[in-house]
Ligand binder design. Structure first.
Ligand code: PLP
Length: 409
């Protein structure tokens, strides 16, 4: 992302040119940023036997998966559909881990047929899997009694979370795995999403490493994803080198006492793709109420639900006018029929933002839309899903066409 003559450019291409060519609303991803984030994380983890499974749910566009496959990444899949797309993108089954939640018999059968290792988060579900595939290898998701995340909905550890087998149920796990002769080759946790303070991550890691000592045949330990990125300008970034060193040191110590060098696995989604993505939309309306000046754009929470769902802050740029010398207070609203359909939100709801002078016809860029943007989009109000484009070094490639009207039937 760069600014040239007060206009926003992505991957070396003017945003206005992109929306003219591909129409709007439009999702745009900077390929170099995706590759850069992946490698930044990979290089930060000094422990040599590391595997990064990209959490495909953050963005399942097949071309993005192909980019990550080329880099040597694996896949964290949560549905048979994500396994299907990942395999189409070229991932080998051995590089895919299925972490289903409330998985059905049909889900497990799909994994078995596709030779994909399953990571199971409940005793009942281990039992179900054991019946379907006795004498096989499994991984177990543990709830370490610790959770963290940017919003209650995204905290996936601790007593209020539906995920994982509680860390103190080891004896019960052993009973079930013995019954079906299952070999536990991995243990896993994922405590939440959007973590910028790593203290809870490290605490949960200690719990999981303690649990790991009870299993003799481990090949890997997976500490999940959740690594946050800054959404607000000036927000402190997580020090990825410090984080990589801290987890490497802990893991090294563990492996020495375990007597075997296991794989250290992570499952980042947001960290890899969030900052690479932008939702571009055109200003189609501007109006005032006694409280706010609204600019209305040609997209809504059907295309990016995070502000409406979590009160998530997304920075909004006026790609047509980046000149901050003359600013006005604005609320950026979408075109869906609900008052909550506002992009300028924070945890307390709608907020006025200082933005450069904005007029009908300008193109706005909603930042950090690469993770949980398109992948959480819907056809609510029967609006079509936007096209997706990937940009790099002055070249743009369409990676998903805008839906047609026929697609809605
Ligand atoms: C099991 C699991 N792993 C990894 C992730 C990725 O989280 P994030 O995108 O915050 O890294 C999630 C997110 O929900 C998850 O449920």
């Amino acid at each position: 992302m760069e600014t040239i003559n007060n206009k926003l450019f992505l991957g070396g291409i003017s945003v206005e040119e992109l929306t003219e060519k591909y129409s709007s609303p439009l999702y745009v991803y900077e390929e170099d940023k995706i590759i850069g984030q992946y490698n930044k994380l990979k290089n930060a983890i000094i422990y040599p036997k590391t595997r990064i499974y990209y959490a495909a749910k953050a963005n399942t566009n097949i071309e993005i998966l192909k980019v990550l496959n080329k880099e040597g990444c694996g896949i964290d899949a949560v549905s048979p559909e994500e396994i299907y797309i990942s395999k189409k993108a070229g991932f080998d089954s051995s590089n895919i881990l299925f972490t289903g939640n409330n998985a059905s018999e049909e889900d497990f059968k799909y994994c078995i047929e596709n030779d994909v290792l399953v990571n199971i988060g409940s005793l009942e579900q281990i039992e179900l899997y054991g019946k379907l595939n006795p004498n096989s290898k499994i991984s177990i998701r543990i709830n370490p009694d610790v959770g963290a995340g940017h919003h209650d909905h995204c905290i996936t550890g601790g007593p209020n979370s539906k995920f994982g087998v509680y860390f103190d149920k080891i004896d019960k796990i052993k009973e079930v795995i013995e019954k079906y002769n299952l070999t536990v080759v991995g243990i896993h946790e994922h405590i939440g999403s959007g973590i910028l303070d790593t203290s809870k991550f490290l605490l949960a890691m200690d719990v999981l490493l303690k649990v790991a000592k009870s299993f003799d045949n481990l090949e890997f330990i997976d500490f999940g994803g959740g690594i946050g990125v800054p959404y607000r300008p000036g927000e402190k970034q997580l020090d990825i080198e410090e984080f990589g060193k801290a987890i490497s040191d802990k893991f090294n110590d563990f492996c020495s006492s375990y007597g075997k060098e296991l794989y250290l696995c992570l499952e980042p989604g947001r960290y890899i793709v969030a900052e690479a993505g932008f939702l571009l939309a055109k200003v189609v309306n501007k109006k005032s109420t006694p409280n706010h000046v609204f600019v209305g754009i040609n997209t809504g929470f059907n295309h990016l639900i995070r502000p409406a769902m979590y009160g998530s802050y997304h920075h909004v740029l006026n790609a047509s006018n980046m000149d901050t010398r003359e600013e006005e207070k604005l609320v950026v609203a979408g075109n869906v029929c609900e008052s909550g359909d506002v992009f300028t939100q924070n945890e307390d709801g709608i907020e006025d933002r200082m933005m450069p002078k904005t007029k009908v016809g300008d193109v706005l860029a909603i930042c950090n839309a690469g993770a949980y943007g398109f992948s959480m989009a819907s056809n609510y109000n029967s609006r079509r899903l936007p096209a997706e484009v990937i940009v790099s070094k002055g070249e743009a490639k369409i990676i998903r066409e805008r839906q047609s009207l026929e697609d809605l039937l």
